[in-house]
Design a binder for this molecule. Structure first.
Ligand code: CDP
Ligand code: MG
Length: 152
């Protein structure tokens, strides 16, 4: 089992797409083990996007991500990091394939609706940025035996 961080960015909340986006992750069989509505501060934005802080476009990214509430969540599932990234699609909604969340709902390079951790180290770091251990709820879905074979 693997855990990954997702953020429903402010455009998801403002465009009333939260429910539809959450449904896609539920439909796939991923489990929500943590979830909250919150406001990203400039300080948190700089920590989250540390690899991008020096880029020319970072100031507009910070304005966007701090510009309204977001939903942060931790998803759990087999290969959850790659599964979620594939569900998001390419960074730009203009390039993302139809069928992906960004491909279906976004026409922007910046306002691409959802963040997903891009690897195991990023997932661990980002989950710790947004959640305390007590905020994550360990549980085994009762439907698990109908989601995959016992040896998967
Ligand atoms: O989110 P992802 O890992 O696909 O893309 P990234 O290259 O790590 O960039 C992080 C975020 O910065 C993107 O999801 C966009 O919201 C934003 N971005 C931007 O505002 N302008 C760019 N030229 C590239 C990315
Ligand atoms: Mg990235």
């Amino acid at each position: 089992m693997q855990r990954t961080l997702i953020l429903l960015k402010p455009d998801s909340v403002q465009r009333r797409l939260m429910g539809r986006i959450i449904s896609r992750f539920e439909d796939k069989g991923l489990s929500f083990v943590g979830m909250k509505l919150m406001q990203v501060t400039p300080e948190l934005a700089k920590q989250h996007y540390a690899e991008h802080v020096e880029k020319a476009w970072y100031p507009t990214l910070e304005s966007f991500i701090t510009g309204g509430p977001i939903v942060a969540a931790v998803l759990e599932g087999l290969e959850a990091i790659t599964v979620v990234r594939d569900m998001l699609g390419a960074t730009s909604g203009l390039k993302a394939a139809p069928g992906t969340i960004r491909g279906d709902f976004s026409s922007s390079r910046q306002m691409n609706l959802v963040h997903g951790s891009d690897g195991p180290e990023a997932a661990e770091r980002e989950i710790a940025l947004y959640f305390t251990p007590e905020e994550l709820v360990d549980h085994t879905p009762t439907i698990a035996t109908w989601m995959r074979a016992a040896d998967e």
